[in-house]
Ligand binder design. Structure first.
Ligand code: FAD
Length: 473
């Protein structure tokens, strides 16, 4: 029998389940269709498991180097099975939390694969959802007034780099490794590649990163990319930029061998395993897009600023629409879509206000325009930069690398962008985000008195440095 809803959400990842909670708060009768596990990529194969492994790697590396802190620990060993068990326990706890939130919000969850149908006996408009249930029971037919597509994304690879899950992996398989390799080639020096490079190096793996662009983290501010590259190389990670991986040369045996074109020459790289981190592609197949007028361009569903597709009652959010493929972006897009469905007139998201983070060691965090972008847009920029080596708390932490860089408009004093590389900057960037949302000037940031000793003093000092008035450097 068909079941009627105000809203059915296809996909219960970070975008989908958060949208469902907001919909329930607004009194919409809501269902989520999830073929895997509630929480999606972020909880099961992305943000949370990768950060759990990064934390274990950091603790291991720090314990080994404890003598710097006067802590002498002999026979420091890594129990990787326990590392994985800890990761699994964190995921399980959070998964239970999401399940509880669905119950609390009286949101119906269908465990199965959803597909959008065209006009049918149930509705003259496309949008009825047929659910093939995971347990093999009869298909459910859901008839919603509105639909949100939140089916997310999956790892991309390069032609020729076939993922076998053992020698050649994506992050999906790498997260499940039972033992660590002695060496690894990471193809792609973007966010995921660099987080893995940092983590595996801390675990003692010999890491080589091959990046096609002329710098790693190529969407970050130039100074930040260069600083991270310098610091990772100092830790012993091999980073080859401007390396065009010749995927057809991949050879597998006991390990992997591959050639890359580098400065006009072919170089050979060998390791025990390979991790391919070259971006993610949207999950648009098999969800019934062909039964609708929804437009797909370059593999991503196209929407307006309220996330309506060409079918105005069918919305799409999160990784499936491309742009910034981040968990907090997916969930905020979901909230905007739901509020629009509920007639609440939400403000469209300004993507230049969104913070981006890389959880490597050192961490990277940014919001707004890079120096290059600001100049390209015609701004006359002034830059304030302050190093963590002049911050007492960073020295206390034993992590005094990196800096905070603020880019401001010479004419209006507007804060155009903030870029950080260093200790715990992913927890510091929201101050910069708030400053941008509230249209604060560097002067206002600097005169928000920052407690001493904290890492956040670097933000205040960088704001002073914009006008050449930094105190401690
Ligand atoms: P997903 O989380 O991918 O959810 C989509 C869901 O839809 C899945 O559960 C899937 O099973 C389901 N689904 C698909 N098709 C159907 C169907 N037909 N029927 C029913 N269900 C369906 N982002 C950050 O912000 N911070 C990080 O630190 C971070 N780290 C990451 C690390 C890694 C290794 C990876 C891979 C990603 C990371 N991300 C991070 C990105 C983040 O995970 C994604 O941006 C986020 O999960 C996108 O949410 P989503 O809801 O759009 O899609």
């Amino acid at each position: 029998m068909a079941k009627e809803y105000d809203l059915v959400i296809l996909g219960g990842g970070t975008g989908g389940y958060v949208a469902a909670i907001r919909a329930s708060q607004l009194g919409l009768k809501t269902a989520v269709v999830e073929k895997g596990k509630l929480g999606g990529t972020c909880l099961h194969a992305g943000c949370i498991p990768s950060k759990a492994l990064l934390r274990s790697a950091e603790v291991y590396a720090q314990t080994k180097n404890g003598e710097t802190f006067g802590v002498v620990a002999n026979d420091v060993r890594l129990d990787f099975a326990k590392v994985q068990a800890r990761k699994a326990a964190i995921i399980e706890q959070l998964h239970k939390g999401v399940q509880h939130l669905m119950k609390k919000g009286k949101i119906d969850v269908y465990a199965g694969t959803g597909r959008i149908l065209g006009p049918s006996i149930f509705s003259p408009m496309p949008g009825t959802i047929s659910v093939e249930m995971n347990d093999g029971s009869e298909n459910e037919m859901l008839v919603p007034k509105n639909v949100i597509i939140a089916t997310g994304s999956r790892p991309r690879t390069l032609p020729g780099l076939d993922i076998d899950g053992k020698l050649v992996m994506t992050s999906d398989e790498a997260l499940q490794m039972e033992t660590l390799p002695s060496s690894i080639i990471i193809v792609g020096g973007g966010v995921i590649g660099i987080e893995w490079a940092s983590m595996l190096n801390d675990f003692g793996v010999d890491v080589t990163v091959l990046e096609y662009a002329d710098r790693i983290l190529p969407t970050e501010d130039h100074d930040v990319s260069k600083e991270v590259e310098k610091l990772l190389k100092r830790r012993g990670i091999t980073i080859v930029t401007e390396a065009k991986v010749l995927s057809e040369t991949l050879e597998k045996g006991n390990g992997v061998t591959i050639k890359a074109e580098y400065k006009g020459e072919q170089k050979t790289f060998t390791a025990e395993k390979m991790l391919v981190s070259v971006g993610r592609q949207a999950n648009i197949e098999g969800i019934g897009i062909e039964n609708t007028d929804i437009v797909v361009e370059k593999g991503f569903i196209q929407t307006n600023e309220f996330y309506q597709t060409k079918e105005s009652h069918i919305y799409a959010i999160g990784d499936v629409i491309g742009g910034l493929q981040l968990a907090h972006v997916a969930s905020h897009e979901g909230i905007v879509a739901v509020e629009h469905i509920a007639g609440q007139n939400p403000s469209p998201i300004d993507y230049t206000m969104i913070s981006k983070c890389v959880y490597s060691r050192p961490e990277v965090a940014s919001v707004g325009l890079t120096e290059e972008e600001a100049k390209a847009k015609g701004y006359e920029v002034k830059v304030g930069k302050f190093p963590f080596k002049a911050i007492g708390k960073a020295l206390v932490f034993g992590e005094a690398e990196g800096f905070v860089k603020i880019i401001a408009d010479q004419k209006t004093n507007d804060l155009l962008g903030v870029h950080m590389v260093g200790p715990h900057v992913t927890d510091m960037i929201s101050e910069a985000g708030l400053a941008r949302v509230l249209d604060a000037t560097p002067w206002e940031v600097a005169h928000t008195i920052h407690p001493h000793p904290t890492l956040s003093e670097a933000m205040a000092e960088a704001a002073l440095a914009v006008d050449g008035k930094a105190i401690h450097f």
